[in-house]
Design a protein around this ligand. Structure first.
Ligand code: ZN
Length: 270
């Protein structure tokens, strides 16, 4: 399942072939993903120039010179293919650029989505309206987390997964950031000290930045004609490492928490 760093890497990869170019041919191969494609998608994109690409939480943004932005979500299995050598039966949206590049949105399980939003109204687009600050942006501060966590008895792990608190942080990155900041995932939000929050904010950025950097190096391999954007693996310190040693001498444990697994080291996370 693509997380924020994969979406960021995907957007950067798309930008290398899309930014500034015109979409000369647009085709949809089926009526819907998780929900129907916008009825005017082909008409709205055909002939439009891509003026900017970006990301909000786990959504990719492709902004055109017609005042609209195509907002895509990769769902569980979505990926963009750039100049694919062979068509695939899960290719659902196909864009062809003036420079001759072909970009295909492929999604076997179809939990993804594509929307068309007026660029001026992006902040009021329903999935964006209640989102907390971007973890890599300037608004994620110790003060923001201190206010969001104040008097909360909910576990810090669950608060960090709440999109109203921070936008787009997934399970892997919360596990890793809490470990690096030495905070126990079950600790109540209101019981996390200011000193611990001061460790946590830079560690959230670090785990995301490292994953994006790793994805960026993977991306070079994707420059080949059948390249696919969307997924990469990384070595985690606790995620998926139940029973393995921690650098502190302890061992990684796994507990169910909020319907997902939390991986942590009970020796160094308090
Ligand atoms: Zn440890």
């Amino acid at each position: 399942m693509p997380e924020l760093p994969e979406v960021e890497t995907t957007v950067r990869g798309l930008a290398t072939v899309l930014a500034g170019d015109r979409l000369v041919r647009v085709a949809v191969n089926r009526p819907d993903l998780r929900r129907p494609f916008p009825v005017d998608l082909v008409q709205a994109l055909t002939g439009a120039r891509v003026v900017a690409l970006g990301r909000r939480a786990k959504y990719g943004l492709i902004q055109t010179d017609r005042g609209q932005t195509m907002v895509f979500h990769l769902g569980m299995s979505g990926r963009w293919r750039i100049d694919p050598a062979m068509p695939d039966r899960h290719d659902h949206l196909r864009l062809e650029t003036g420079r001759g590049h072909v970009l295909v949105l492929n999604d076997a399980r179809r939990f993804g989505s594509v929307d068309l939003v007026d660029t001026a109204a992006l902040n009021t687009f329903a999935p964006f309206a209640a989102l907390g600050p971007e973890p890599l942006g300037p608004d994620l501060t110790v003060g923001h987390l201190a206010r969001a966590f104040a008097d909360r008895i909910a576990a810090v792990k669950l608060l960090l997964l709440d999109q109203h608190v921070v936008a787009g942080l997934g399970n892997i990155y919360v596990c890793e950031a809490l470990h690096r900041a030495r905070i126990h995932p079950l600790r109540a939000g209101g019981q996390v000290s200011r000193a611990a929050l001061s460790r946590l904010v830079p560690e959230i950025r670090a785990v995301l930045d490292e994953a994006i950097t790793a994805g960026g190096s993977t991306l070079r391999d994707y420059a080949r004609p059948d390249g696919e954007l969307g997924y990469f693996a990384k070595d985690w310190r606790v995620y998926g490492r139940e029973g393995e040693p921690c650098h502190c001498g302890g061992h990684v444990e796994r507990i169910p928490q909020g319907g997902r697994s939390s991986f942590f080291c009970p020796r160094c996370q308090k």
